[in-house]
Design a protein around this ligand. Structure first.
Ligand code: ATP
Length: 355
């Protein structure tokens, strides 16, 4: 395996007494799409700003191909940042925006134009957009222009600071895929931050989850999905069913249900699980008809249903506990609100998470 392009060792940032980033150790491989996910205030921006050279670390080291770059200013690092605001010049043409970094480096006009045309093609923007004013472009087009301009620097690493957060849902979904395609086409290292684990899942090779300045889990999307390191990570994955449990001789005792449940026989990294949470995704729950059984089953009342595009989500109340069940429209529950229903799931479809 080649050496990582970036290695962070005990990297920290303090603002006065406040520790915004705490002792981060991480290696990012060349060509990787690495996403840092965390709630607001968890330190994502501070971390990425240190990597880009916009903020000086208070402690630890940043190594670029083995060389310490803590003190290297942003403009002398082979990296470029795409901001949420995009920071385009609205009253200049698309071409002028894309060529800006090349102009700053003294690249002659002919070569700049060639590179701009190449980037327009790469970002699937019409060639005649070269002369169009940025203020006349749509949100999605501006996004692509900002990407083209970042690539014009020909950086080795591209940093993205929530570039899609202000964009509406449908377009964002399209751009997420385009960004992943662009990553493939350019082969560059992408380091991306977002507060949406869902967005991270679509694009990333690996994801690092941040909480209060620390990395609480690093792994491939599948790993994070199926083996969340703790409750915080599992709840970050969106709407999931989380039950507090403690092992007893027969399985996992769940006080909220007053029942013993069966957990996964492959406990992931949790072979010494001493108590914590059983996590079940809503799509793994099903309504059980007469005569149907599941390894875990509970009886409750269908409280409400919500249409989610191709799927329907149901809220089932079991005593004090609330379960979310999700079904494709074709598998919808045929019945009425306030029906007594039995829902169930297989032990292998649940995961254990310690606190
Ligand atoms: P968001 O998703 O809201 O952008 P974030 O995860 O990117 O959040 P940061 O912007 O890195 O979080 O901020 C982490 C913490 O550090 C916050 O509590 C913030 O108030 C604090 N912080 C950031 N910059 C400074 C600064 N220059 N001076 C003092 N505190 C700061």
């Amino acid at each position: 395996m080649a050496d990582p392009i970036l290695r962070l060792s005990q990297l920290s940032k303090r603002f006065g007494q406040f520790v915004a980033v705490k002792d981060i150790d991480l290696a990012i491989d060349e060509g990787e799409f690495f996403t840092i996910v965390g709630p607001s205030g968890s330190g994502k921006t501070t971390l990425i700003r240190m990597l880009a050279g916009l903020e000086e670390p208070s402690g630890g080291e940043i190594l670029l191909r083995g060389q310490r770059i803590n003190e290297t200013p942003a403009n002398r690092r082979p990296t470029c940042m795409v901001f949420q605001s995009l920071a385009l010049f609205p009253h200049r043409s698309v071409g002028q925006n894309i060529e800006f970094p090349l102009k700053m480096r003294g690249v002659p006009p002919m070569q700049r134009r060639e590179r701009a045309d190449e980037l327009l093609r790469l970002l699937r923007l019409p060639e005649d957009y070269y002369g169009k004013q940025v203020s006349q472009c749509s949100g999605g087009e501006r996004q692509r222009i900002a990407l083209a301009r970042a690539l014009a620097f020909d950086p080795e690493i591209l940093f993205f600071d929530e570039p899609l957060s202000a964009i509406d849902f449908r377009l964002r979904k399209t751009l997420e895929k385009e960004l992943k395609d662009l990553h493939r086409e350019t082969g560059k290292t992408f380091i991306y931050i977002t507060h949406s684990l869902e967005e991270a899942m679509v694009m990333s090779d690996r994801i690092g989850i941040m909480r209060a300045g620390e990395l609480v889990q690093v792994g491939a999307p599948d790993e994070i999905y199926s083996r969340p390191a703790n409750r915080f990570v599992s709840e970050f994955m969106g709407e999931v069913n989380v039950l507090e449990v403690k092992p007893n001789g027969a399985g996992l005792h769940c006080p909220a249900l007053g029942a013993t449940l069966q957990g996964p026989s492959d406990p992931g990294g949790q072979s010494d699980f001493a108590g914590g949470y059983l996590v079940i995704r809503p799509e793994y729950l099903r309504f059980l008809g007469p005569g149907e059984t599941a390894e875990n089953q509970v009886e409750g009342v269908l409280y409400n249903e919500y249409a989610l595009g191709s799927r329907i989500q149901y809220q089932v109340r079991v005593g004090e506990a609330v379960f979310l069940v999700e079904k494709l429209r074709e598998q919808r529950y045929e019945g009425q609100l306030d029906d007594r229903v039995v829902i169930g799931w297989e032990a292998r479809d649940s995961v254990l998470a310690p606190e």
